[in-house]
Design a protein around this ligand. Structure first.
Ligand SMILES: C[S@@+](CC[C@H](N)C(=O)[O-])C[C@H]1O[C@@H](n2cnc3c(N)ncnc32)[C@H](O)[C@@H]1O
Length: 434
């Protein structure tokens, strides 16, 4: 058993079964071997590949969106890129490089602000933006001496700041934030509930399993996604259990009776209050500072039931086996994010990634890049990457883009349409298929 699995087991033995949210938070970000405390998890040799890692075209096209809206918002003289969960820093490096094609916009970029908890990923971001050791101040905590806190990037002498939480990000009063959250919300913890009789919900919790068979059996009885996935070779020390009574989480999160009444007995739903909290903060912040933001992630525009899963070596796997050894994720409920931003900011979309990238000119950029080489294999690779990012059967449909503008903004961002009144109301519901 790894130290992290032992830590989770001891926690459960001491306090009883834990929420999936607690399990996810420990497995992903615990300093005792949480998944994101390791650095090399991305790329073909890692567990998953994200859009910015597939091709530079992704970040370049995203930069064009910010430039266009910076123009539409009256060319503010001071801006800052703020990225939540920047991974290896590739997206930011590509956006900064592409921004230099627009000198007035580039001149406005005063600083970069990364919300990143992983010390290892902070180091990769530091290197990717060409930050020098001489310009770097490190986190004061003795156990994390080489974790960067601020530095100067050699890409345009831009100050780079790191934070654990969005709440900590401080911009100068006249600085307009350009926010990006790419594959961030899918990593935030979810709670999972099952509807019983009447409006009573039980919570699906994580308990200690005596054997791998018991873990698999309990999970399949629970109708969780693991029954449809490979079990993996790793020993599984945990299983799902239903809470006997209504938990405080169930009572609080599902207190809206109209919402609760829309589900049937036996339905499962996944809810991420941390996502809602982050989205509310973002919305308030973007409105207060006259900024703009994009949320790009996989998910749907409604509430879902059984999408919690592990990802290891590019395959879906049992999220309860070997915590810390795999990414844990759940599809994003964009309707819930929009609802969390209601009355705080103007949200647009989500639209599908393929549509967004095409509208922002990815084909023209592909053509430019194809023209720079005569090497057929390089050209083929460029076309393959373009297809992967935009094809509806690949990442073009499941990945979606949501835009956030200040509440009082009269601008409708490209390529979005104004939201319909009913979209602003409640999270939508998908009938759960078990
Ligand atoms: C799936 S990766 C995406 C990385 C990058 N945006 C990309 O697309 O390549 C998730 C990122 O969010 C960070 N992260 C996860 N949970 C976090 C949290 N609660 N607070 C801050 N960062 C978090 C991870 O460390 C990682 O950088």
């Amino acid at each position: 058993m790894t130290p992290l699995a032992k830590h989770i087991r001891d926690t459960i033995l001491a306090t009883g079964p834990i929420s999936i949210a607690k399990y996810m938070q420990l497995a992903l970000t615990s300093p005792v071997g949480g998944y994101y405390t390791r650095g090399q998890v991305f790329g073909r040799s890692g567990d998953f590949v994200t859009s910015p890692e597939i091709s530079q075209m992704f970040g370049e096209v995203m930069a064009v969106w910010y430039v266009l809206h910076w123009e539409m918002l009256g060319r503010p003289s001071k801006t800052a890129f703020v990225e939540l969960g920047p991974g290896r820093g590739t997206l930011m490096a590509d956006m900064l490089r592409a921004s230099r094609r627009f000198p007035d916009f580039a001149k406005s970029i005063d600083s970069v602000h990364f919300v990143e908890r992983s010390p290892e990923l902070r180091k990769l971001q530091h290197a990717k933006l060409g930050c020098t050791p001489e310009s770097t101040k490190y986190v004061l905590d003795k156990s994390a001496q080489d974790t960067p806190a601020t530095a100067l990037s050699n890409t345009g002498n831009i100050a780079v700041h790191w934070y654990d939480l969005l709440e900590e990000v401080k911009l100068e009063p006249d600085c307009v934030p350009l926010v990006m959250a790419h594959e961030f919300f899918d990593a935030l913890p979810i709670y999972k509930f099952e509807k019983g009789t009447g409006d009573l919900w039980s919570e699906i919790l994580v308990d200690v399993a005596d054997s791998k068979d018991e873990a698999a059996d309990a999970s399949s009885k629970m109708g969780t996604v693991v029954s449809k996935l490979e079990q993996g070779e790793d020993a599984c020390h945990f299983k799902y259990v239903r809470s006997r009574n209504v938990t405080a989480n169930a009572a609080f999160i599902l207190r809206d009776q109209k919402f609760s009444a829309m589900f049937d007995k036996g339905d499962h739903i996944e809810v991420s209050p941390e996502s809602a909290h982050t989205m509310t903060l973002l919305a308030e912040w973007i409105s207060a500072n006259k900024g703009m933001g994009l949320v790009v992630d996989y998910g749907q525009d409604w509430t879902q039931g059984d999408t919690f899963r592990g990802i290891k070596s590019h395959k879906f796997t049992n999220p309860l086996s070997s915590p810390g050894s795999m990414d844990l994720t759940a599809d994003v409920d964009f309707s819930y994010l929009r609802y969390a931003a209601k009355d705080k900011a103007a949200c647009f979309g989500p639209v599908e990634q393929g549509f967004f990238l095409h509208s922002m000119g990815i084909q023209a950029r592909l053509q430019q890049l194809l023209n720079t080489t005569r090497d057929a294999s390089v050209q083929k690779n460029l076309v393959d990457c373009y297809k992967r990012l935009t094809d509806p059967h690949s990442m073009g449909r499941i990945y979606k883009v949501l835009a956030i503008l200040p509440k009082d903004s009269s601008v409708v961002p490209i390529p979005f349409t104004p939201p319909k009144a009913e979209e602003l109301n409640k999270p939508k519901i998908e009938k759960v298929v078990k």
